[in-house]
Design a protein around this ligand. Structure first.
Ligand SMILES: [Zn+2]
Length: 253
């Protein structure tokens, strides 16, 4: 097997009805990685148990990309996952301090999370090796520090935009990916504030075309935008296969 991506969530920050926020499983022969852990993902993992996670990787500290680390860590400490092999949690730089501050609200600390996982911070300048997968990072254009993430194993590559406005860097970073998981949060980028931090479906399609990716999976799409509208906008810019992320969708590359 190369890589397989399974959509667990994919909602924007205000979750779509019945759909968790950002969270995706990336699996190879040797690893099962949870990519982002937004609100609703812990419940999704409990409903559709994929088996032991080897690692968790977080793109940035907006709530819809990591908040469910709080309930998920209970699964490991007190729930039925407590006999599973320890997973490693990979946070953006400064992440240990973020967890420390969050847990301080209930008199906890980063050790609260360390009771569940090995907690590391990745260096976005370096490759991160997880078994037979290689993770690389590129800063995105967002309202807080955020990293687009590329995962390679053998000849298979998945590129994940995370949250971002269009950047010169993104298309280079995602170049030639077998699967491009790209956000399309906005209905129309013209309505975005002067400080850009997200894309609309036209822009996502344009980035996919520039990056010459083999397949585009749009995500972070508000239900109100309408799937037909979103697909039409993206198809006007990119001629490859396009889908919109929905829970349970699994793509092997
Ligand atoms: Zn964000």
């Amino acid at each position: 097997m190369g890589l397989a991506l399974t959509v667990l969530g994919g909602s924007p920050a205000w979750p779509n009805p019945g759909q968790a926020a950002s969270g995706y499983l990336v699996e190879s022969d040797q690893a099962r990685v949870l990519l982002d852990c937004g609100s609703g993902i812990a419940s999704e993992l409990r409903a559709h148990d994929p088996g032991p996670l080897t690692d968790i990787v977080i793109s940035h500290f907006h709530a819809d990309h990591w908040f469910d680390l709080v309930p998920l860590h209970y699964a490991y400490r007190y729930g039925s996952w407590n006999d599973r092999p320890r997973a490693t949690l990979h946070l953006p730089p400064g992440g240990r301090n973020v967890l420390d501050q969050v847990a301080a609200v209930w008199d906890g600390s980063v050790e609260t999370f360390e009771a569940a996982w090995d907690v590391m911070e990745y260096d976005p300048q370096l490759d991160l090796r997880i078994a037979d997968m290689r993770f690389t990072f590129a800063p995105s254009l967002h309202y807080t520090t955020c990293y687009s993430i590329k995962i390679a194993s053998g000849t298979s590559t998945i590129a994940y935009s995370a949250d971002t406005a269009p950047t010169e860097r993104l298309a280079r970073f995602a170049h030639g990916a077998d699967l491009f998981l790209c956000e399309a949060s906005l209905k129309d980028a013209k309505g975005d504030s002067t400080e850009r931090g997200h894309m609309d479906a036209s822009e996502a399609g344009r980035e996919a075309a520039r990056a010459r990716v083999k397949r585009l999976l749009l995500t972070h799409v508000p239900a109100e935008n309408g799937n037909d509208f979103v697909l039409e906008k993206a198809r006007a810019e990119y001629s490859g296969e396009i889908e919109i992320a929905h829970p349970g969708l699994r793509i092997e590359v």
